[in-house]
Design a protein around this ligand. Sequence first.
Ligand code: EPZ
Length: 417
Amino acid sequence: MDKLLVTGGRPLAGEARVSGAKNAALPILCAALLTEKPLALENVPRLMDVRTMAKLLAQMGVEVGAQSDGRLELRAKGIREPVAGYEMVKTMRASVLVLGPLLARCGRARVSLPGGCAIGARPVDQHVKGLQAMGAEITVEHGYMNAEAKRLRGARVTMDMVTVTGTENLMMAATLAEGTTVLENAAREPEVVDLANCLKAMGAKIEGAGTEVLRIEGMSSLSGARHRVMPDRIETGTYLAAVAAAGGKVRLTGAAPDTVGATVEKLVEAGARIALGADSIEIEMAGRARAVSLTTAPYPGFATDMQAQFMALDCIAAGTGTITETIFENRFMHALELQRLGADIAIQGNTAVVRGVEQLQGASVMATDLRASASLVVAGLVAQGETLIDRIYHLDRGYEGLEQKLSALGARISRVR
Ligand code: EPZ
């Protein structure tokens, strides 16, 4: 199994291009199920999860073109089998995003329950509750959700908590429902807005994307469209945190500065100098970072997907930072690995107290999930000597060409067996 070998101690310099967003591309691929016409996408990242979703859609009978230069065309002329099997869903829980579109388009769907995850229980009860409110009959048997609805009908649904894929699933389902659906306490994440923009390009009637109240007027059918997937704000934040930790001066291009507000604020608090352009972000870090404290929250709050990278930054910062995770109940696995590098972290419930140390020591560590692996890369860039990161398949799920991009910025990082 591949590992990443990172040798620390070099500042980063130069330019890197941000890829398309994984968490926008995945629901947007599922939107292809809502129409028999072609959906032509651009800026689709070359990632394991995107390949998995494309494979799942192809299994259902969707024509999936070859991905090249970020372009990918899909066409769901007919849907042979509206089924997402356990073998697929267990490898990528975002597969649950086919449930709403399949039910809306085919009137039935059989989708495996995603099961547990390293970072938390992550149930899908809100997805089910919303679809039931829209008239679907959903039973759960042998680990599968069996859903049926002659035609979904508009409804008012108040989410018990802010859920990103829950909002996306219900929004997609509502585009073909009879009547109007109102989603209250909806997620405001930029990925939800990007999906709404794609659906609107397909002819859907959606108001309020990016706010807590989404209003979707159902149509009898949707058309094809062209859509460019938004830049990845978590990939952007990961590179910015890497520069804040290792030092240096880097310019990120092809970015969406307006989607990384909370991350940029914390980086400035840590002592970084940041300049925002229309689609670029320049960061310069001279000297040692200052420790920052943060609490994760739904957008526009501080992203839980940036928490691990900032924990790595706080590990070598001057002072003590307190990190509180409010979204997932088990998202501190990386802390134990960072401690292997000599970090001083105390966990109390959903809060981690990180006392910055002068120097981390390179060691062998293991990635436990996607963002945890990114935090180990950030720590490896500043640790003395070599850090060997195992189970980097987690990283390949969400970062396109990470070691190539970091090497181009001067980092000593390579993939080894
Ligand atoms: C999305 O996951 C992202 N994944 C996650 O990114 C991200 O961490 C998360 O949103 C929060 O921002 C994709 O977009 C593919 P949620 P999602 O439903 O939608 C609870 C990454 O690293 N909940 O917003 O699955 C849930 O347990 C990944 O790229 C219910 O209880 O997250 C959690 O505590 C990791 N019932 C909270 O809500 C439900 O039906 C928020 O989860 C749904 C959610």
